[in-house]
Ligand binder design. Structure first.
Ligand SMILES: *Cc1c(COP(=O)(O)O)cnc(C)c1O
Length: 387
């Protein structure tokens, strides 16, 4: 049984009914997050019980928002491998380097985690038609899950997204609109269309359940490391759903008694051409100013203004982590280095984590023995031109 109780505003703390469709907090306009009866679940749900469960993210059923299992729209997402990166580690002088390979998810990226949950819950609450603004992977994932759910899907994409992203959306039967502009403009158009036609907008953090799908990465890391979390996590950050989700997962697991108080240092990785979070982090600000003229080949990082900026910054600071930007040249070089040393053909965003690791190692910010996880968030196969 899901132990979902209600939704709570991540900023002002107001509480809302989870059993009706919700978007942003009506009071302050910030994202809502799902709350569970962790106290009541604690006694009934020991971590050992996970052993016999299915090898998808649905193994964490109790802390997922779906009320009825029959509403789960699934393509086998989650439970991705965590590879020891031995050759790369050796070259860098590191003894505990790992790659969590999210490229093995359905539709080739970790967007599958968030969108399977958003679509499943939307279906449960009666939605028939969905819309998303996306720079690539989110659109493909939404289109696939909407197809499986029998929903009508609308996608607003910048016209310069790589061809494979457009191809897959159309193959899944989505209505694709190409926009002359960045993801922020796509967001405006999607919002307008949503309010005109009554479509449900599944943009990052505008509905509460994509975070719930993505937080399972945190549960999987804890489980894979036998409940001893890594020292440092490198996360290529756009809207920050995964980072916010993992940070939430750690706090939930502590309340369940599954882990202690120690937390990984969270490292936000962005690109030099679009680095609003590192800039706000350095300046000590609570919110990040929008980045002007955002440009990077790592499309997932081309998010000039993130609605969850304060949650990203909060997690980074509470964890003792940092936020860092790398050049496009460095992230593409790192992408091929990861492929040729570890057999993981990462997306450019995944390559960025390795480039950032090299930078922080050179600064002495990371110890050579520390347990470090790089997130490869998608397959490299969808970016033929960048590569
Ligand atoms: C969306 C995306 C990101 C950024 O993910 P967030 O959780 O929204 O920050 C990183 N890499 C890839 C490949 C993506 O598609």
């Amino acid at each position: 049984m899901s132990t979902l109780t209600h939704l709570e505003c991540s900023y002002c703390g107001k509480e809302y009914d989870a059993d009706v469709l919700q978007t942003l907090c009506p009071a302050c306009g910030k994202p809502l997050l799902a709350c569970y009866d962790l106290e009541g679940t604690k006694k009934k749900w020991p971590r050992e019980s996970l052993k016999d469960r299915e090898t998808t993210l649905w193994r964490y059923w109790e802390i997922l928002p779906l009320k009825d299992k029959a509403n789960a729209v699934t393509l086998g997402e989650g439970y991705t491998p965590l590879f020891p990166a031995r050759r790369l580690g050796k070259e860098l002088g590191m003894s505990n380097l790992f790659i969590k390979d999210e490229g093995l998810n359905p539709t080739g990226s970790f967007k599958a985690r968030g969108l399977c949950m958003a679509i499943s819950r939307a279906k449960e609450l009666g939605v028939k038609e969905v819309v998303i603004p996306s720079a690539g992977n989110a659109a493909g994932a939404m289109a696939a899950y909407a197809a499986k759910a029998g929903m009508v899907a609308h996608v607003f994409m910048p016209q310069d997204v790589p061809l494979p992203f457009r191809m897959e959306c159309r193959a899944y039967g989505a209505q694709v609109t190409l926009i002359h502009g960045l993801i922020t403009e796509c967001g405006q158009q999607a919002r307008q269309a949503a309010s005109e036609h009554g479509w449900f907008d599944v943009s990052t953090l505008k509905e509460p359940y994509r975070v719930e799908g993505k937080k399972t990465m945190g549960y999987e890391l804890a489980e894979a490391f036998n409940w001893d979390l890594p020292d440092v996590i490198f996360y290529p950050t756009g809207g920050g759903t995964g980072l916010i989700g993992m940070w939430k997962a750690f706090s939930e697991m502590a309340k369940l008694g599954w882990i202690g108080e120690r937390r990984p240092r969270m490292v936000v990785v962005q690109a030099d051409g679009c680095a609003p979070i590192p800039r706000a982090f350095e300046a000590g600000e609570e919110f990040a100013k929008p980045w002007e003229n955002a440009a990077t080949v790592a499309a997932g990082l081309r998010v000039p203004a993130a609605i969850g900026d304060f949650l990203i910054l909060r997690a980074v600071r509470e964890s003792g982590g940092t936020a860092i930007a790398v050049s496009d040249e460095a992230l593409i070089l790192a992408q091929s280095r990861m492929a040729s040393r570890e057999g993981v053909f990462a997306c450019p965003e995944g390559g960025a984590t390795l480039a950032a690791l090299e930078k922080l190692l050179a600064k002495g910010w990371i110890g050579k023995e520390e347990k470090v996880v790089l997130f490869n968030t998608g397959t490299g196969l969808k970016y033929p031109e960048a590569t």
